[in-house]
Design a protein around this ligand. Structure first.
Ligand code: GLU
Length: 399
């Protein structure tokens, strides 16, 4: 990471580069705004004035031609008291029940707030499978496009009631980052009770800009994470940083800013230095992905396994964008079916590519290290010469 100074102490080149980067937000055309539970429903009580203030700013941005998609948390926070609980639930089943009760109330509030501006809202509930399955992914994108075409404001949440443990996003920061990839956003704005990423957890020092570098700065960033969740807050800073990493890999800029700061959306979209800006590395794989399909592979909502490759295969993938053949694979990890998303690692364990498996883990284990011409004799059939075909492989690192 490259922390570019704290707010209030910008000087020199870094600060001016950070400012210039922010000014580009005034031209953002497509923005995902994620609003945290603790912003909308502090202590489990929905704050209509806050929702109304945010909605008014969203409306103003839409009037300027900015396409906005909202990811709104708060279903559980708005619902647990309805269940008769005094504190946010901790068990999955109670969270699901609270979300069932709260989602309705949350959306009624959104409708009421949007109505004042003559804006119609639509509720879109997604689960992680909607991102894993390509057909469902395309479908979700089509629906969001149609809603936008017809002038509706889409308000997305995870379908908490039906998403159970292993398949949950669990926090809307990750969901919002994937939605940003889905709609092809220029900017993801995450509004939380924290005013940004605080230097070493010190709330008086908001880091103005962080240049992401494709994942390896995660450790450097984690020094700023403190366990500072509010009562109704779900994600916390660690999950936000993870989400910023996802957005950045997809080539999307993101900002974490205080959801209760006056006019926060308007000011961030005007390029004001509020909160922390996470800028994708110029060579982020997402910045150069050849197609929307590549972006979907890259998003890798559920990576089912990992293949380690030798130096020759690594060079062929990085330099020539070659397919991954069985001969180059030295290690297979995980259990996966054909079509699953796999990470490809070099010998040092660094992620170099992500792609779709042509063979199951069991088949892959049997043919690894062999020549492609031996696949048929080994398995009794062959589905192709590659373990991951180049069309299904997205390179994550420059040669
Ligand atoms: N989907 C959850 C809710 O609406 C919140 C998850 C999150 O805020 O990260 O209550």
């Amino acid at each position: 990471m490259n922390g570019q100074g704290e707010q209030g102490s910008h000087d020199g080149q870094d600060a001016s580069a950070a400012r210039t980067a922010r000014q580009a937000f005034a031209h953002a055309r497509r923005v995902v705004v994620k609003i945290g539970s603790a912003v909308l429903a502090p202590g489990g009580e929905l704050s209509l004035p806050r929702l109304e203030a945010l909605c008014a700013q969203i409306h103003a941005a839409r009037q300027r031609g900015v396409e906005i998609t909202v990811v709104s948390s708060g279903a559980i926070a708005c619902g647990f008291r309805v269940l008769g609980l005094d504190a946010p639930p901790t068990t999955i089943v109670q969270k699901q029940a609270a979300a069932a009760a709260g989602q309705l109330r949350l959306m009624l509030a959104w409708e009421k707030a949007a109505e004042r501006h003559g804006v119609k809202v639509a509720q879109v509930l997604l689960v992680s499978d909607d991102f894993v399955d390509r057909t469902r992914y395309l479908n979700a994108r089509r629906v969001l496009g149609e809603l936008h075409e017809r002038g509706l404001l889409a308000v997305i949440n995870e379908n908490d009631t039906v998403s159970y443990d292993e398949i949950r996003f669990g926090d809307n920061d990750a969901l919002a980052a994937h939605v940003a990839g889905l709609v092809g956003a220029d900017l993801l704005l995450v509004l939380s009770t924290a005013k940004g990423l605080y230097a070493h957890g010190d709330a008086s020092k908001v880091i103005a800009q962080v240049e992401m570098d494709g994942g390896s700065n995660a450790a450097a960033l984690s020094q700023h994470v403190t366990k500072d969740k509010t009562v109704t807050g779900v994600g916390g800073m660690a999950s936000k940083l993870h989400a910023m990493g996802v957005a950045s890999a997809l080539g999307v800029h993101s900002v974490i800013a205080g959801g209760t700061e006056p006019n926060v959306i308007t000011r961030v979209l005007a390029g004001e230095m509020l909160g922390t800006h996470f800028s994708p590395a110029p060579d982020a794989p997402g910045a150069a992905v050849g197609s929307r399909r590549d972006a979907w592979i890259l998003a890798g909502v559920r990576v089912a396994g990992r293949l380690t490759v030798d130096a020759g295969a690594c060079a062929a993938i990085l330099r020539r964008g070659a397919s991954l053949l069985p001969s180059g694979v030295t290690k297979v990890e995980g259990r996966f079916a054909r079509g699953a998303t796999l990470d490809v690692l070099d010998e040092a364990g660094e992620l170099i590519a992500r792609g779709l498996a042509a063979y199951s883990d069991e088949e892959t284990r049997r043919v690894m290290g062999k020549r492609s011409s031996e696949i048929e004799a080994t398995l009794g059939y062959a589905l192709g010469e590659e373990l991951i075909h180049r069309d299904d492989l997205v390179v994550m690192r420059r040669a």
